[in-house]
Design a protein around this ligand. Structure first.
Ligand SMILES: [Fe+2]
Length: 267
Protein backbone atom coordinates (compact mmCIF):
# COMPACT_ATOMS: atom_id res chain seq x y z
CA UNK A 1 0.00 0.00 0.00
CA UNK A 2 2.80 2.41 1.02
CA UNK A 3 4.70 1.68 -2.20
CA UNK A 4 1.59 2.30 -4.28
CA UNK A 5 1.29 5.72 -2.67
CA UNK A 6 4.96 6.38 -3.35
CA UNK A 7 4.53 5.55 -7.04
CA UNK A 8 2.39 8.67 -7.37
CA UNK A 9 5.09 10.81 -5.80
CA UNK A 10 7.96 12.74 -7.34
CA UNK A 11 10.56 10.99 -9.58
CA UNK A 12 13.23 10.83 -6.85
CA UNK A 13 10.88 8.87 -4.59
CA UNK A 14 9.95 6.59 -7.48
CA UNK A 15 13.65 5.87 -7.99
CA UNK A 16 13.92 5.00 -4.30
CA UNK A 17 10.90 2.76 -4.62
CA UNK A 18 12.60 0.93 -7.52
CA UNK A 19 15.73 0.58 -5.43
CA UNK A 20 13.72 -0.94 -2.58
CA UNK A 21 12.18 -3.44 -4.96
CA UNK A 22 15.64 -4.34 -6.29
CA UNK A 23 17.05 -4.74 -2.80
CA UNK A 24 14.09 -6.85 -1.76
CA UNK A 25 14.69 -9.06 -4.76
CA UNK A 26 18.38 -9.37 -3.95
CA UNK A 27 17.67 -10.33 -0.36
CA UNK A 28 15.16 -12.88 -1.54
CA UNK A 29 17.72 -14.39 -3.94
CA UNK A 30 20.26 -14.57 -1.14
CA UNK A 31 17.93 -16.88 0.75
CA UNK A 32 17.68 -19.30 -2.21
CA UNK A 33 19.60 -22.48 -1.56
CA UNK A 34 22.26 -23.47 -4.08
CA UNK A 35 21.39 -26.10 -6.67
CA UNK A 36 22.69 -29.35 -5.22
CA UNK A 37 21.98 -32.32 -7.47
CA UNK A 38 23.57 -34.93 -5.21
CA UNK A 39 20.09 -36.41 -4.65
CA UNK A 40 20.36 -37.74 -8.22
CA UNK A 41 23.96 -39.04 -7.85
CA UNK A 42 24.08 -40.10 -11.51
CA UNK A 43 23.57 -38.05 -14.62
CA UNK A 44 22.58 -40.33 -17.47
CA UNK A 45 22.48 -37.93 -20.43
CA UNK A 46 25.31 -35.58 -21.39
CA UNK A 47 27.63 -34.58 -24.21
CA UNK A 48 30.90 -34.37 -22.33
CA UNK A 49 33.19 -36.59 -24.40
CA UNK A 50 35.58 -34.48 -26.50
CA UNK A 51 35.03 -33.73 -30.19
CA UNK A 52 32.37 -36.35 -30.95
CA UNK A 53 29.27 -34.22 -31.46
CA UNK A 54 27.88 -30.75 -30.65
CA UNK A 55 29.01 -31.06 -27.02
CA UNK A 56 32.53 -30.55 -25.64
CA UNK A 57 34.81 -29.41 -28.47
CA UNK A 58 38.04 -30.61 -26.91
CA UNK A 59 39.37 -32.38 -23.86
CA UNK A 60 39.88 -29.16 -21.86
CA UNK A 61 36.21 -28.27 -22.30
CA UNK A 62 35.32 -31.80 -21.17
CA UNK A 63 37.34 -31.35 -17.98
CA UNK A 64 35.83 -27.92 -17.31
CA UNK A 65 32.27 -29.28 -17.69
CA UNK A 66 33.01 -32.36 -15.56
CA UNK A 67 34.49 -30.16 -12.83
CA UNK A 68 31.27 -28.12 -12.81
CA UNK A 69 29.09 -31.24 -12.75
CA UNK A 70 31.05 -32.57 -9.75
CA UNK A 71 30.54 -29.24 -7.98
CA UNK A 72 26.79 -29.59 -8.64
CA UNK A 73 26.83 -32.84 -6.66
CA UNK A 74 27.01 -35.58 -9.29
CA UNK A 75 29.15 -38.64 -8.51
CA UNK A 76 28.72 -40.45 -11.81
CA UNK A 77 28.29 -39.11 -15.34
CA UNK A 78 27.14 -41.29 -18.22
CA UNK A 79 28.30 -39.54 -21.39
CA UNK A 80 25.91 -40.04 -24.28
CA UNK A 81 27.23 -38.66 -27.58
CA UNK A 82 24.76 -38.40 -30.44
CA UNK A 83 24.64 -41.22 -32.96
CA UNK A 84 22.94 -39.96 -36.13
CA UNK A 85 23.26 -41.45 -39.59
CA UNK A 86 23.47 -38.09 -41.35
CA UNK A 87 25.56 -36.09 -38.89
CA UNK A 88 27.36 -37.92 -36.09
CA UNK A 89 28.40 -41.37 -37.18
CA UNK A 90 29.81 -42.35 -33.82
CA UNK A 91 30.44 -46.02 -33.14
CA UNK A 92 31.14 -47.97 -29.95
CA UNK A 93 34.84 -47.87 -30.99
CA UNK A 94 35.01 -44.08 -31.52
CA UNK A 95 33.10 -43.40 -28.30
CA UNK A 96 35.23 -45.79 -26.27
CA UNK A 97 38.40 -44.20 -27.70
CA UNK A 98 37.30 -40.67 -26.72
CA UNK A 99 36.34 -41.96 -23.27
CA UNK A 100 39.78 -43.58 -22.80
CA UNK A 101 41.54 -40.30 -23.72
CA UNK A 102 39.39 -38.39 -21.28
CA UNK A 103 39.98 -40.93 -18.49
CA UNK A 104 43.73 -40.57 -18.96
CA UNK A 105 43.53 -36.78 -18.83
CA UNK A 106 41.37 -36.93 -15.70
CA UNK A 107 43.77 -39.37 -14.02
CA UNK A 108 46.67 -36.98 -14.71
CA UNK A 109 44.86 -33.84 -13.60
CA UNK A 110 41.10 -33.71 -13.08
CA UNK A 111 38.40 -33.89 -10.46
CA UNK A 112 38.65 -37.06 -8.38
CA UNK A 113 35.74 -39.04 -6.90
CA UNK A 114 33.59 -38.92 -10.00
CA UNK A 115 32.97 -41.88 -12.27
CA UNK A 116 32.81 -41.27 -16.01
CA UNK A 117 30.92 -43.90 -17.98
CA UNK A 118 29.76 -43.87 -21.58
CA UNK A 119 26.83 -44.94 -23.74
CA UNK A 120 25.13 -43.06 -26.59
CA UNK A 121 22.00 -41.12 -27.51
CA UNK A 122 20.57 -42.84 -30.57
CA UNK A 123 18.57 -40.95 -33.16
CA UNK A 124 15.71 -43.12 -34.42
CA UNK A 125 16.70 -43.01 -38.08
CA UNK A 126 17.44 -45.66 -40.71
CA UNK A 127 20.93 -46.17 -39.26
CA UNK A 128 19.51 -47.10 -35.88
CA UNK A 129 17.76 -50.22 -37.15
CA UNK A 130 21.03 -51.27 -38.78
CA UNK A 131 22.89 -50.83 -35.48
CA UNK A 132 20.23 -52.80 -33.63
CA UNK A 133 20.45 -55.63 -36.14
CA UNK A 134 24.26 -55.60 -35.80
CA UNK A 135 24.01 -55.67 -31.99
CA UNK A 136 26.21 -52.57 -31.78
CA UNK A 137 24.21 -50.47 -29.34
CA UNK A 138 25.72 -49.01 -26.18
CA UNK A 139 23.47 -49.25 -23.14
CA UNK A 140 23.26 -46.71 -20.32
CA UNK A 141 23.39 -49.45 -17.70
CA UNK A 142 21.72 -52.86 -17.50
CA UNK A 143 19.47 -53.05 -20.54
CA UNK A 144 18.56 -49.31 -20.69
CA UNK A 145 18.99 -47.67 -24.07
CA UNK A 146 18.70 -43.91 -24.74
CA UNK A 147 16.83 -42.94 -27.92
CA UNK A 148 15.81 -39.59 -29.37
CA UNK A 149 13.91 -38.13 -32.32
CA UNK A 150 14.14 -35.04 -34.48
CA UNK A 151 12.40 -31.97 -32.98
CA UNK A 152 10.45 -31.54 -36.21
CA UNK A 153 8.29 -34.67 -36.38
CA UNK A 154 7.75 -38.03 -34.74
CA UNK A 155 10.14 -40.65 -36.10
CA UNK A 156 8.42 -43.12 -38.45
CA UNK A 157 10.47 -45.81 -36.68
CA UNK A 158 9.39 -44.97 -33.11
CA UNK A 159 6.59 -47.41 -32.42
CA UNK A 160 8.16 -50.32 -34.26
CA UNK A 161 11.50 -49.72 -32.55
CA UNK A 162 9.94 -49.64 -29.07
CA UNK A 163 8.40 -53.00 -29.91
CA UNK A 164 11.57 -54.49 -31.46
CA UNK A 165 13.83 -53.20 -28.71
CA UNK A 166 11.59 -54.68 -26.04
CA UNK A 167 11.56 -57.99 -27.94
CA UNK A 168 15.37 -57.92 -28.06
CA UNK A 169 15.61 -57.40 -24.30
CA UNK A 170 16.32 -53.66 -24.29
CA UNK A 171 14.56 -51.10 -22.14
CA UNK A 172 14.07 -48.02 -24.36
CA UNK A 173 14.33 -44.62 -22.68
CA UNK A 174 13.06 -41.67 -24.72
CA UNK A 175 15.20 -38.56 -24.23
CA UNK A 176 13.51 -35.21 -23.45
CA UNK A 177 9.91 -36.04 -24.55
CA UNK A 178 8.86 -32.57 -23.37
CA UNK A 179 10.99 -31.02 -26.13
CA UNK A 180 9.02 -32.62 -28.97
CA UNK A 181 6.66 -29.74 -29.72
CA UNK A 182 4.60 -31.89 -32.07
CA UNK A 183 3.36 -33.78 -28.99
CA UNK A 184 2.33 -30.71 -27.02
CA UNK A 185 -1.24 -30.71 -28.30
CA UNK A 186 -1.56 -34.46 -27.87
CA UNK A 187 -0.62 -34.95 -24.22
CA UNK A 188 -2.20 -38.43 -24.12
CA UNK A 189 0.67 -39.67 -26.27
CA UNK A 190 3.04 -39.57 -23.28
CA UNK A 191 1.03 -42.10 -21.31
CA UNK A 192 0.66 -44.23 -24.44
CA UNK A 193 4.44 -44.32 -24.84
CA UNK A 194 4.81 -45.44 -21.23
CA UNK A 195 2.12 -48.09 -21.72
CA UNK A 196 3.97 -49.32 -24.83
CA UNK A 197 7.02 -49.96 -22.62
CA UNK A 198 9.07 -46.83 -23.25
CA UNK A 199 10.45 -44.92 -20.25
CA UNK A 200 10.61 -41.13 -20.33
CA UNK A 201 13.67 -39.03 -19.43
CA UNK A 202 13.11 -35.35 -18.75
CA UNK A 203 15.81 -32.68 -19.17
CA UNK A 204 16.38 -30.78 -15.92
CA UNK A 205 16.94 -27.63 -17.98
CA UNK A 206 13.32 -27.81 -19.14
CA UNK A 207 12.14 -26.80 -15.65
CA UNK A 208 14.27 -23.64 -15.74
CA UNK A 209 12.56 -22.39 -18.90
CA UNK A 210 15.77 -22.75 -20.88
CA UNK A 211 13.89 -24.18 -23.88
CA UNK A 212 10.90 -21.85 -23.52
CA UNK A 213 7.61 -21.78 -21.58
CA UNK A 214 5.78 -24.49 -23.58
CA UNK A 215 8.51 -27.06 -22.88
CA UNK A 216 8.59 -26.00 -19.23
CA UNK A 217 4.83 -26.49 -18.93
CA UNK A 218 4.89 -29.98 -20.41
CA UNK A 219 7.87 -31.01 -18.26
CA UNK A 220 6.04 -29.79 -15.15
CA UNK A 221 2.87 -31.63 -16.15
CA UNK A 222 4.81 -34.86 -16.78
CA UNK A 223 6.42 -34.48 -13.36
CA UNK A 224 3.10 -33.95 -11.60
CA UNK A 225 1.57 -36.91 -13.46
CA UNK A 226 4.56 -39.09 -12.43
CA UNK A 227 5.22 -40.12 -16.03
CA UNK A 228 8.97 -39.48 -15.82
CA UNK A 229 11.44 -42.16 -14.75
CA UNK A 230 14.82 -40.51 -15.26
CA UNK A 231 16.27 -36.99 -15.21
CA UNK A 232 19.16 -35.90 -17.41
CA UNK A 233 21.25 -32.76 -17.66
CA UNK A 234 21.81 -33.03 -21.44
CA UNK A 235 24.75 -30.72 -20.83
CA UNK A 236 26.62 -29.66 -23.99
CA UNK A 237 28.41 -26.48 -22.87
CA UNK A 238 28.87 -23.93 -20.09
CA UNK A 239 25.60 -22.10 -20.83
CA UNK A 240 23.80 -25.28 -19.83
CA UNK A 241 25.78 -25.41 -16.58
CA UNK A 242 24.82 -21.80 -15.82
CA UNK A 243 21.14 -22.59 -16.44
CA UNK A 244 21.31 -25.78 -14.34
CA UNK A 245 22.51 -23.70 -11.40
CA UNK A 246 19.19 -21.81 -11.41
CA UNK A 247 17.18 -25.00 -10.84
CA UNK A 248 16.84 -24.41 -7.09
CA UNK A 249 14.98 -21.14 -7.85
CA UNK A 250 12.22 -22.92 -9.79
CA UNK A 251 8.81 -23.64 -8.31
CA UNK A 252 9.31 -27.42 -8.72
CA UNK A 253 12.65 -27.64 -6.88
CA UNK A 254 11.23 -29.32 -3.77
CA UNK A 255 9.18 -31.66 -5.93
CA UNK A 256 12.26 -32.60 -7.95
CA UNK A 257 14.24 -33.39 -4.80
CA UNK A 258 11.49 -35.70 -3.57
CA UNK A 259 10.67 -37.34 -6.90
CA UNK A 260 11.54 -41.05 -7.18
CA UNK A 261 13.96 -40.70 -10.11
CA UNK A 262 15.80 -43.90 -10.94
CA UNK A 263 19.11 -42.03 -11.32
CA UNK A 264 20.39 -42.51 -7.80
CA UNK A 265 20.21 -46.30 -8.09
CA UNK A 266 22.65 -46.22 -11.00
CA UNK A 267 25.66 -45.07 -8.93
FE1 LIG B 1 21.27 -35.07 -25.75
Amino acid sequence: MALAVLSQAEPRLIAEQYYLYKMFGLFRNKKTEPTDLSFLSTDMHSHLLPALDDGAEDIEQSVQLITEMRALGYRKLICTPHVMADMYRNTPASISEAHAKLEKRLADNGPADIEIAYAAEYMLDEGFTLNRNNHSLLKLTGNYLLIEMSYLAESPFLHNEIFELSLSGYQPVLAHPERYNFYHNDYAVYRKLCDAGCLLQVNLLSFTGYYGPAVKNIATRLLKDKLITLAGSDVHHMKHIAALKTLSRTSVWTELKNYPFLNHSWL
